[in-house]
Design a protein around this ligand. Structure first.
Ligand SMILES: Nc1ncnc2c1ncn2[C@@H]1O[C@H](COP(=O)(O)OP(=O)(O)OP(=O)(O)O)[C@@H](O)[C@H]1O
Ligand SMILES: [Mg+2]
Length: 145
């Protein structure tokens, strides 16, 4: 199954709608709650980032029996130093954003923790593509003891 969402960059009241819709689809599909949580947390953080830092964008989701792949694309300012941006506590969010409860610098670290695979392609001045994959089975069970 494939889903496409346009994420508006100027309406904070719409923030989180795409990830909430995906949560519904995952529940309908009968995906286990721990995997729903990982997928929805990751997508929500990327969705909010797209609204706050990049003026909106699009989300393309591919839902399969064993995994979900979420591609978030924006044409915002890009991330000049990804390694730095991934650090907990690093944020460029302005004060008015902090006042509405965002900008703690926790989003990307949270995404990293919850995704099984994470790819960030970003070009300063052009935009950012974030690709997140979550598997619906316990990865550790495939590892050698
Ligand atoms: N899509 C994006 N486009 C441009 N810059 C981004 C994007 N996503 C993240 N960033 C940059 O990376 C920084 C860290 O992002 P992160 O999500 O970790 O924290 P935050 O959004 O600032 O705060 P929080 O997520 O805790 O509300 C942001 O402050 C911003 O500078
Ligand atoms: Mg964030």
């Amino acid at each position: 199954m494939k889903f496409h969402y346009a994420i508006s960059g100027d309406d904070y009241s719409q923030a989180g709608l795409a990830s909430t819709d995906i949560k519904k689809k995952l529940k309908e599909k009968g995906v286990l709650p721990q995997f729903i949580r990982k997928a929805v947390v990751s997508m929500y953080e990327a969705e909010i980032n797209m609204i706050i830092h990049a003026g909106g964008g699009t989300a393309d989701v591919e839902l399969e029996d064993d995994k979900i792949r979420i591609v978030m694309t924006d044409t915002g300012p890009g991330i000049p130093d990804v390694e730095k941006a991934m650090r907990e506590g690093f944020s460029t969010a302005p004060v008015f954003i902090q006042e509405i409860g965002f900008g703690a610098g926790m989003g990307l670290a949270n995404i990293k923790r919850n995704c099984d695979e994470l790819e960030i392609n970003t070009v300063p001045g052009k935009g950012t593509i974030i690709i997140m994959t979550i598997y619906f089975y316990d990865q550790s069970q495939n590892e050698c003891p």
